[in-house]
Design a protein around this ligand. Structure first.
Ligand SMILES: [Zn+2]
Length: 588
């Protein structure tokens, strides 16, 4: 983060070693240090203290005591100060100018001060301290690395940082599963959207309102967005929803998951004049105004979030040659202050830059066009194959940092990254980890991150898994080049229809799959010979079995005739059983 410049310190770069003070943090398995908490510590400051206690003990065996701020504390004291303490005030640590959820980490004399822009920032600062002090890394809930020590000096640090995108939600299956912690990935999110994503008919159910003439299209799947009665009733029920849910800040008005739109005369005229997205935004603006009217006297803001998906993905703008920029089609299609747009990048090729004019020209138009309309930008990205295709490698590692950076450059306030809906998809755990790393700082070297993850997560099997990962990444880029030369579309798309060559024997030659499976065999062998205790052994075998699913599946699905009938039957049954056990929805 550029913030570091502000405080005259620099992030520890790859290979650079941490600077230590001459002060003993731990000596002969004992410490003089305690945690200093503000007198009325907020919840997140208490979380910061318990996280520090947990991992400090994991590293040193010492349970740190917590001292409540009594204002007598000075920097001569051996304390790790968390959050808004009197010591932080006395040392004039300025957290107000930090970016959202940022923190400062500073040693002053004997004291170490960790203070965030908010409580969450303080927790994130604790993780930074642990990384620097004890080489702590949270790979997954069941793979946490930390150095063990009975003697160490306190780091000498003056550093601040903040997440690159202020708010993000990583929607991989493993992120939200029981064993992972979004907090420890520094990936909690604030931007909660009530009734996300398809809400039109849940607010105005067809069965309830079908007798109202002209409220729906002929199929009953789409609302008439230009009907005054519909607009008023939608405003009424959304206000009621927000009244009944006092913590709601953002409500989505999103069409159903279909291409259906109302084709009445008024809608057609509006769509012609403003585009269908324009019609949708005008509808959102109307409801948003009613919300503002209703809630402003209470001092409450409730935002409408539009769902810009399928029919409403393209921004209602035109290119103004004289200005060399996109401009709104009409004043009416400019989202009002309490309208956020949620742009679904559903057609993007995630194996390329969002600014690649050959592969993602439609996304460049989306980025520039929506930016011309509003600063209330939020995004929905798709970072895995959906439903039954999740066992095909989703080739987005190389460009994850590129599009995260792009969203940052365009000032997106919130980004949702949707992964595949199964915890057994290829390199699923690594996807969660890498995404969290890059949302925090997209300038990190992705290859270094993946190698580090593979090393720590696959241990004795790491050389073979690394080789497999390198091979499959290279293979995908070769396939991309091959199909590109034939003017055929091949990339990382959420839907298989957009990438119809992906699941073919041409893309996955049998010998390639057999090579992958040989590497898997070697990976299993390495774990067998590693001398692990039973728990670690089971854990490692489980991880390898998940990664082995993809080449097994492809070989059986694409080359059934290379097996005898009974062989195939047996292998397919075994695959189906393993897939079910490992949490994959795919069956042969
Ligand atoms: Zn209509």
């Amino acid at each position: 983060m550029a913030l570091t410049m502000l405080f005259g310190c620099a992030k520890k770069e790859e290979g650079e070693t941490e600077t230590f003070s001459g002060i003993d943090l731990v000596k002969d398995g004992k410490t003089e240090y305690s945690i200093l908490l503000p007198e009325n510590a907020e919840d997140m400051e208490q979380t910061a203290a318990s996280e520090l206690q947990t991992f400090f003990e994991m590293a040193t065996g010492i349970s740190l005591t917590v001292r409540t701020d009594d204002a007598a504390v000075t920097a001569q004291d051996h304390v790790i100060s968390l959050g808004n303490t009197s010591l932080k005030e006395a040392e004039k640590i300025d957290t107000a100018s930090l970016s959202t959820h940022g923190f400062i980490l500073r040693r002053v004399d004997n004291a170490l001060i960790i203070a965030g822009e908010d409580g969450r920032g303080t927790v994130y600062g604790v993780y930074e301290f642990l990384e620097r002090q004890f080489n702590y890394h949270y790979y997954t809930g069941d793979e946490i690395a930390i150095d063990k020590t009975t003697n160490c000096k306190l780091i000498d640090v003056n550093y601040s940082d903040a997440p690159y995108i202020p708010d993000y939600w990583i929607g991989y299956e493993t992120m939200s599963s029981f064993y992972n912690s979004n907090l420890r990935y520094r990936a909690l999110h604030d931007f909660e959207i009530s009734r996300w994503p398809h809400s039109h008919l849940s607010f105005l159910p067809y069965d309830q309102y079908k007798d109202h003439e002209g409220w729906y299209d002929a199929s009953g799947k789409a609302l008439c967005l230009t009907n005054q009665e519909v607009m008023d009733e939608m405003a009424r029920v959304v206000i009621q929803h927000a009244e009944e849910n006092p913590t709601v800040e953002n409500v989505m008005l999103g069409a159903e998951d279909s291409w259906t739109i109302c084709s009445c005369e008024n809608c057609q005229a509006s769509d012609t004049q403003y585009t269908h997205t324009g019609t949708d935004i005008i509808f959102c603006n109307y409801v948003a105004d009613k919300l503002a009217e209703h809630f402003a006297p209470q001092g409450r803001t409730v935002n409408i979030v539009s769902l810009n998906y399928y029919n409403t993905e393209k921004p209602p703008v035109e290119y103004d040659e004289s200005k060399q920029a996109y401009v709104p089609l009409d004043e009416k299609v400019i989202p009002h202050d309490n309208v956020y747009v949620h742009i679904c990048y559903v057609y993007a090729d995630y194996s390329a830059s969002f600014k690649d004019p050959d592969r993602n020209s439609a996304q460049i138009y989306n980025l520039d066009g929506w930016k011309a309309l509003t600063d209330n930008l939020t995004a929905y990205t798709y970072n895995g194959l959906f439903v039954n295709e999740a066992l095909l490698f989703f080739d987005d590692f190389a460009y994850k940092s590129d599009y995260i950076r792009t969203f940052g450059e365009y000032g997106y306030k919130f980004v949702f990254m949707e992964g595949s809906p199964t915890k057994a998809s290829t390199f699923e755990a690594m996807r969660s980890y890498i995404s969290a790393q890059l949302f925090w700082d997209p300038d990190q070297d992705v290859n270094a991150l993946t190698s580090d993850f593979i090393q720590n997560y696959y241990k004795a099997a790491a050389p073979y898994i690394q080789e497999y990962y390198d091979k499959i990444s290279l293979h995908m880029s070769e396939m991309k080049a091959m199909y590109e030369a034939e003017n055929k579309n091949f990339g990382a798309y959420v839907q298989l229809e957009m990438n119809k060559y992906l699941f073919t024997d041409r893309t996955w030659p049998q010998r390639v799959l057999e090579q992958y499976l040989e590497l898997m065999d070697k990976a299993f062998e390495a774990v067998e010979n590693a001398g692990y205790d039973e728990d670690l052994y089971e854990k490692m075998i489980y991880r390898l079995r998940i990664e082995q699913l993809s080449p097994r599946y492809l070989l059986l699905a694409l080359y059934p005739s290379s097996f005898t009938e009974s062989e195939y039957e047996q292998l397919a049954a075994q695959f189906n059983e393993d897939a079910a056990t490992l949490g994959s929805k795919i069956r042969l």
